[in-house]
Design a protein around this ligand. Structure first.
Ligand SMILES: NC(=O)C1=CN([C@@H]2O[C@H](COP(=O)(O)OP(=O)(O)OC[C@H]3O[C@@H](n4cnc5c(N)ncnc54)[C@H](OP(=O)(O)O)[C@@H]3O)[C@@H](O)[C@H]2O)C=CC1
Ligand SMILES: O=C(CO)COP(=O)(O)O
Length: 345
């Protein structure tokens, strides 16, 4: 049994707390809202975020210092935009060196940094190499109901990855390890861009062929950007790559797909985000990836089209026309070269 703090009591933090509690751990779920902590502790529910009853071993805290006291692991699950703020407070209050794990899927616009990089910049006693990421096709709504789910954990420090695998693995939550930290983080972040696009396509009524095309050509864009940042192309064929891409583009649980769906039906971005009331990471990630692709001259036409819809008021139908009428090309060109290089290594 381990003492584990989970920082962020949204849908994913709550679902991961259930997995940890099922494994017999002492779980401290930290929220910045006292009312929410009271609800969890008195009724064993967190109704705004997850429609399930919570195990008794989950104790909620609104005091960060108490939540992290004496824990052997801290799981950070706030949205990307809150990572620096939460980690800077954590850095002030942490007096020991528990394993730091994050399950957040995003990239910081402007700096274009991954979440593990943001965490290590804020935490003075941690190197980037020590941090662990947990990612994969895993909607909170299904994990909360103990439906079979598979994820991958990765860290440059392989001992930390194995520790995290042991912490979470159980009969309904299967955990793999990987050594490709960069690929795992980028796969989880970038699939949200494509899921917004898939939602838009469905909102426009464009059908299953269009969605399959978005998923497949989206994977090509994710791979191009990922490889340029040092990821293995093979990682994008795994759970945190194509696995997460499929689940996010095809499930109505997905916040990104749902937001895209509303955009495709003609709603305005601000109204959509207000209506969602939960993290829609793909919006900021589109900004980050589009900037990176422009600066590095990486071909990402879907990401660029989505950027035009989100930030330049371009009509989704016009973007689809634009994508369908690009110049002719061979399907696999650069991608085949990536895969060949990786196998030679
Ligand atoms: N939901 C899912 O199925 C999955 C989500 N993820 C990833 O997990 C991350 C979190 O997503 P998710 O749980 O869905 O998001 P939610 O919107 O459900 O919850 C986010 C939580 O973080 C809290 N929060 C936001 N800002 C701060 C802050 N500054 N300080 C403290 N707490 C804060 C929110 O509090 P408040 O109530 O005040 O807004 C809320 O409790 C995202 O990166 C997402 O991509 C990954 C896999 C699955
Ligand atoms: O990452 C997820 C599933 O693996 C959740 O995706 P959404 O944030 O779109 O709900």
């Amino acid at each position: 049994m381990q003492k584990v703090a989970v920082l962020g009591a949204g849908s994913w933090g709550t679902a991961l707390s259930i997995v940890l509690a099922d494994n017999g751990h002492d779980v401290r779920l930290w929220t910045h809202r006292k009312q929410q902590a009271d609800e969890i502790n008195t009724t064993n529910t967190n109704k705004r975020y997850l429609q399930v009853n919570l195990p008794q071993q989950i104790q909620a805290y609104d005091d960060l210092e108490k939540a992290i006291d004496d824990v052997s692991a801290i799981v950070i699950v706030v949205p990307t935009k809150a990572i620096r703020e939460v980690c800077s407070e954590l850095n002030e209050k942490l007096r020991h060196q528990p394993t730091l794990i994050h399950a957040t899927k995003g990239i910081e616009p402007e700096s274009l940094k991954r979440v593990s990089q943001l965490i290590s910049e804020e935490m003075s006693t941690y190197n980037y190499e020590d941090i662990v990421v947990l990612s994969g096709p895993s909607h909170a709504e299904e994990v909360g109901k103990r439906l079979p789910t598979t994820v991958t954990v990765s860290s440059v420090n392989e001992q930390n990855a194995t520790f995290t695998q042991d912490l979470f693995i159980n009969e309904s939550f299967r955990v793999y390890t990987s050594t490709d930290m960069v690929g795992i983080e980028l796969g989880g972040a970038l699939k949200n861009i494509i899921a917004l696009g898939a939602g838009i396509s469905d909102g426009l009524g464009y059908g299953d062929n269009a969605k399959a095309a978005l998923i497949t050509r989206g994977l090509a864009e994710i791979t191009r950007l990922g490889v340029s940042l040092g990821a293995s192309p093979l990682t994008f064929l795994g759970l945190p790559g194509v696995g997460d891409l499929i689940v996010t583009c095809t499930s109505s649980h997905s916040r990104n797909w749902r937001a895209g769906n509303l955009l495709g039906k003609g709603h305005k971005l601000d109204d959509v985000l207000e209506q969602m009331g939960m993290a829609v990471e793909g919006v900021r990630t589109t900004k980050a990836a589009n900037q990176f692709a422009r600066e590095q001259q990486i071909e990402m036409p879907i990401t660029n089209g989505l950027h035009q819809v989100l930030f330049n008021d371009k009509k989704p139908r016009d973007v689809v026309d634009q994508l369908m009428n690009r110049s002719k090309r061979e399907e696999m060109d650069d991608l085949a070269a990536f895969i060949r290089t990786d196998f030679r290594d």
